[in-house]
Design a protein. Structure first.
Ligand code: ADP
Ligand code: MG
Length: 351
């Protein structure tokens, strides 16, 4: 048996290393949507419009009415490790934003064409369009700079995702699958931020729209387009304590076949965690049939220094300092609410 010849250790050329790093942050179209929507939320947007064509490979555009980016910082936003959200390692302990790595825009421009257009918000009439700056990068290089009239806020347009990463492109499923991932992601964040007006347009059709009323229950009915009122129970626990859990949980009539409708947020960040899911479902005890999962939205608030969000850019995980206590409180909160709620007969299915 012949071993393959050993290759010498080399330091990778920047462009190879950058594309590999970008691939960690951006796995598929929804990863771009996630990063852009989180940026819009960090910019305190009240309205976010998301437009997708061809499953995201042709075009993804996220527009917000947030604080914008000053002209002299626009291009810096696209550099690796450039962020306005943190400057020291201690800042990670008191993070109030979803982003902090300063990697998203830099990753996107490495493996796609991206136009960043922004006008920083200022006092006075914000409905008036004024010249603002834009920059277009493709594969890490600036290909265009210019000016365009717009209202305050930011619009990011991404085209030709993975045009220079054939290995990744091969693994992207059809537009239907990618649109499905995007819809689920926007549903979650629209639930997480009921005060923000979300519009999702998939291939020219409005797939989801919320009013930004600020009411979680309203958002739930808008997002799942069903009269859910009497099937949802309010949870509000731990006010004034170290942890707070609040939101709405569906009764067994709303039970679903998968965990797509279990929406959990920790400090404003959507999380996917087996331990948290299990703790919630434990609260339902015998109420759910085997293989059934609840529909619910719960917000878990802990002190910023009790959660480590610096796990992996693409992963929706957080580490909780006192996980056991939080898990128990979750189970108890759900259980307590269900114990005093009526039981209804049939089940309701969602598209
Ligand atoms: P991060 O979000 O981790 O800071 P990004 O690469 O996503 O890194 O963004 C870099 C910077 O660009 C942000 O820190 C922010 O200052 C600015 N930025 C990006 N998107 C927006 C937006 N929609 N509105 C205002 N500023 C933005
Ligand atoms: Mg970001």
């Amino acid at each position: 048996e012949q071993r393959p010849a050993r290759r010498p250790i080399v330091v990778l050329p920047d462009e190879v290393a950058e594309r590999i790093a970008a691939g960690e942050v951006i796995e598929r179209p929804v990863s771009v949507i996630k990063e852009l929507v989180e940026n819009a939320l960090d910019a305190q947007a009240r309205a976010i419009r998301i437009e997708v064509r061809g499953g995201g490979l042709r075009l993804m555009r996220v527009s917000d009415d947030g604080i914008g980016i000053p002209e002299d910082e626009l291009e810096r936003a696209c550099l690796r490790h450039s962020t306005s959200k943190l400057s020291t390692i201690e800042d990670l302990e008191r993070l109030g934003t979803l982003g902090f790595r300063g990697e998203a825009l830099a990753s996107i421009v490495t493996i796609a064409e991206m136009t960043l257009e922004s006008r920083a918000s200022e006092t006075g009439d914000t409905s008036e369009e004024r010249p603002a700056q834009f920059v277009t990068l493709r594969g890490g290089e600036v290909v265009e700079r210019g000016r365009k009239a717009r209202v305050p806020g930011t619009t990011v347009t991404v085209r030709d995702l993975f045009f220079n990463v054939p290995a990744r492109l091969k693994f992207i499923r059809g537009a239907r699958t990618e649109n499905g991932h995007i819809l689920h992601y926007i549903r979650r964040y629209a639930l997480g931020y009921p005060g923000v007006r979300f519009t999702l347009v998939l291939d020219e059709h409005i797939a989801l729209q919320t009013s930004g009323s600020g009411e979680l229950k309203t958002a739930l009915t808008e997002i799942y387009s069903l009269p859910l009122n009497e099937m949802l129970y309010e949870v509000g626990r731990g006010a004034g304590e170290q942890y707070r859990i609040h939101g709405y949980i569906g009764n067994r009539v709303l039970a679903q076949n998968n965990r797509q409708y279990v929406t959990l947020f920790v400090n404003g960040r959507w999380v996917q965690s087996r331990a948290l899911y299990d703790a919630v479902e434990k609260g339902y005890r015998g109420l759910l049939a085997k293989g059934k999962h609840p529909l619910l939205v719960l917000f878990i608030e802990v002190a910023p220094n009790e959660v480590d969000v610096n796990v992996h850019p693409a992963k929706t995980e957080v580490r909780l300092l006192r996980e056991r206590e939080v898990l128990d409180l979750l189970t108890e909160s759900v259980q307590a609410v269900l114990e005093r709620s009526p039981v209804l007969p049939e089940e309701v299915k969602f598209p």
